[in-house]
Design a protein around this ligand. Structure first.
Ligand code: NAP
Length: 443
């Protein structure tokens, strides 16, 4: 039942890149939003670390505070928008806001990946909603489609490029042919990578986002520890050359894939973030720079791809304010209907050694008769069949060193446990200097 309201009070936690955009757009579009909702959205308080800091956006000094209670304990604030980032104190503040019966909007992937289940339960108990569209893919709508439009499907897989920093670095390495260190330095210079880039380049950020997507897709509580993770730091310019030669792009993919009893492994979900070869004729291979994309495969609608700006002030503001307007409709109509499914499907994460993939192997060898045959023999012992082989001589500049030739093998689909065992055997072979690279091919 609709009740007339003077306004809906909003408290903003954070006024940085995203919070600044949210404050600006709430002001610039105030009249339009008021007409759409039926009453104004009033920004009442803004929590920051430093009230004296110079900001790109104009926020009345009287709104700024460093006291979280000024937001969380104010009964005239019905909605809290959290864009501070980090696990704590954000998690504690969100719990307080929900317990106080406030609707919550957040863009915090770390909190949602680690504590989303608890927060959503808390929201249900207090008859409010917790919305988190901005936590994955910045401005790309992906949470709402998974929560609603795709519900009729059994989701078979999620394959995503969900970290703009690493996608920028990999695109630069692919187009410019330089090293990882050079591409990272350039990304930092342009502001696409943090001074401490660990969370991005080690795949931690992508793993958080994958947890959120997989939890929604498979109706199971997926935690960061369930996700196998490899970053992009070991990729070499040569891998990009070989990938191109074989018709692939190199991307950091976040993959969640349902596996059934029929394929010889237990029922479960593969959950992995790692560099992957993507056939050049696929849409994901052409998602370049800081763009993000999420491909969802369902049993009814086959594959759909959501692509767009995965970060940035205004694209992320689009997602945050969209959620805020959704919450405002619930508040102004005094109705709230929890539209998330329970997480009780029972499907379990599969360990990496039970994942299946095709593999790219780059092995440095001594250029002498019989080495390739010995490597092929070890792969055959492990039930791994070879799809193609490239052998190249190495000059000194290309890392000749101990070995003076390089063999690049593409396998057919194999079990990870088998490939790891075979690689152990190959390392011990006479004439093999080093197994320098192993990259999975996208399923
Ligand atoms: N940036 C993006 O493109 C993007 C995209 C998608 C999602 N997100 C998510 O959105 C959130 C915010 O990101 P951002 O880029 O806007 O971060 P940011 O620019 O670093 O801004 C963080 C804001 O939070 C405030 N803050 C941080 N810790 C605080 C604390 N303990 N107490 C009070 N205030 C605190 C800061 O205050 P001061 O201003 O006083 O320092 C600042 O205003 C993160 O969860 C991020 O993952 C960001």
């Amino acid at each position: 039942m609709s009740t007339e309201r003077d306004s809906i009070g909003i408290g903003l936690l954070g006024a940085g890149v995203v919070g600044g955009g949210v404050a600006r757009i709430l002001r610039e579009k105030a009249d339009i939003y008021a007409r759409q909702i039926g009453c104004p959205l009033e920004l009442k308080r803004v929590l920051v670390r430093d009230v004296a800091k110079q900001r790109d956006v104009e926020i009345a000094p009287s709104l700024l505070t460093t006291d979280p209670s000024a937001v969380l304990d104010d009964p005239s604030i019905q909605m809290v928008i959290e864009v501070m980032g980090g696990e704590e104190p954000a998690f504690a503040y969100l719990k307080r806001a929900l317990t106080a019966g406030k609707f919550v909007v957040t863009g915090n992937k770390e909190v949602m990946a680690k504590h989303g289940g608890e927060l959503l339960r808390l929201a249900r108990e207090h008859n409010v909603d917790l919305l988190y569209e901005a936590s994955v893919g910045g401005g790309i709508p992906i949470i709402a489609p998974l929560k609603r439009d795709l519900l009729a499907n059994d989701i078979l897989s999620v394959t995503a490029i969900i970290n703009g920093t690493t996608n920028y670095i990999l695109t630069a390495m692919s187009k410019g042919g330089g090293s990882f260190a050079d591409a990272l330095a350039k990304a930092q210079e342009l502001g696409f990578a943090e001074p401490d880039p660990t969370n991005d380049i080690e795949g931690i950020d992508a793993a958080y986002k994958l947890c959120i997507l997989a939890t929604l897709s498979f109706h199971a509580d997926i935690m960061p520890a369930d996700v196998y993770r490899e970053g992009i730091t070991k990729l070499d310019a040569r891998d990009f050359e070989y990938a191109r030669e074989m018709g692939y792009a190199l991307k950091l993919l976040a993959i969640a894939r349902r596996r059934g009893d029929g394929d010889g492994v237990g029922d479960g979900i593969e959950l992995r973030v790692h560099p992957a070869l993507v056939p050049q004729d696929q849409l994901l291979a052409n998602v370049d720079g800081v763009l993000n994309a999420v491909e969802i495969e369902g049993d009814l609608m086959s594959r759909v791809l959501f692509q767009g700006p995965g970060a940035g002030s205004l694209p992320t503001t689009s997602a945050v304010v969209g959620d805020a307007l959704d919450a405002a409709v619930s508040i102004s109509n005094n109705v709230y209907w929890p539209h998330s499914f329970r997480r009780e499907s029972g499907v379990k994460p599969l360990p990496i050694d039970q994942c299946q993939s095709r593999y790219y192997l780059r092995i440095r060898v001594v250029d002498e008769p019989g080495v390739l045959a010995r490597i092929a023999g070890k792969l055959a012992d492990g039930n791994i069949s070879i799809a193609s082989v490239i052998q190249k001589e190495l000059d000194g500049a290309r890392g000749g060193g101990e070995g003076n030739a390089e063999i690049v093998i593409m396998t057919h689909e194999a079990l990870e446990a088998d490939i790891q065992r075979a690689l152990g055997d190959i390392r011990a072979l006479a004439g093999v200097a080093a197994v320098e690279q192993m990259i999975r091919v996208r399923p």
